[in-house]
Design a protein around this ligand. Sequence first.
Ligand SMILES: [Zn+2]
Length: 247
Amino acid sequence: MSQGGDNEERDGNDESSLVPVAAAWLAWSGIVAVGLYVTGRRQRLARNALVGGAAIEATLAVAQWMFGEGVVPKVLWRIGGKMDDEQIDRVFGPLKLGVNYAEGEEGRIVVDPKWVADRIVKVKLFDGKVVRMHKLAATSFAVAYEAAVKASGYHPKSVQTFVPRHIRWDRDRELSLHSYGIAVDFDPTLNPWGKKKGVIDGKPEFVREFQKRGWVWGGGWKPKYRDSMHFQMTGVQPASPSPSGSV
Ligand SMILES: [Zn+2]
């Protein structure tokens, strides 16, 4: 993971470095919202501009310009749950069938090696495990994972991160966020999908450390969507109900 030497200090937990980022975000959001409003677009679009869409990308652009790439995970922590599929595609790199991925066996996809080389990095976790994740998620994940394990006492044996595939390994469903390297499954056998509770359900501290950093827990979704092994850096509950495998 290379986040740039100059930004190492700012990669810590100094919340104050986000103030100018937030200000830039608000200013830009306001401009976009007013622009949409006065050009006659519907009010709903103007309101959305304040919480997502162009504002997210503008915030990331400004934040990277001011603080370097290292600040990106921190910005995304703040706006984590608000991104939809289209924004995820734009921020983390578009995955388009026939352009940079092909369908594979049993719900897998085969991603262009260049797409992977440009975005996916190896991250060494505090316990020595090495996982592959999106470079924009790597810092955030490593920090959240260490905090979650130490706060809860739950130390997952299996940590599955970058796996290019469809949701529930089903070609007819949308791409999983595992394909972008921004989702993780912990101990699938101990943390089942569906209504059954898993180990993580009994470890609220584990969940909280991730949520504090903008990660979304699949165990918090409605019963028929529940996926308790699954955390994702951002995004909303998937549209596919009736679990038959992990998101
Ligand atoms: Zn998952």
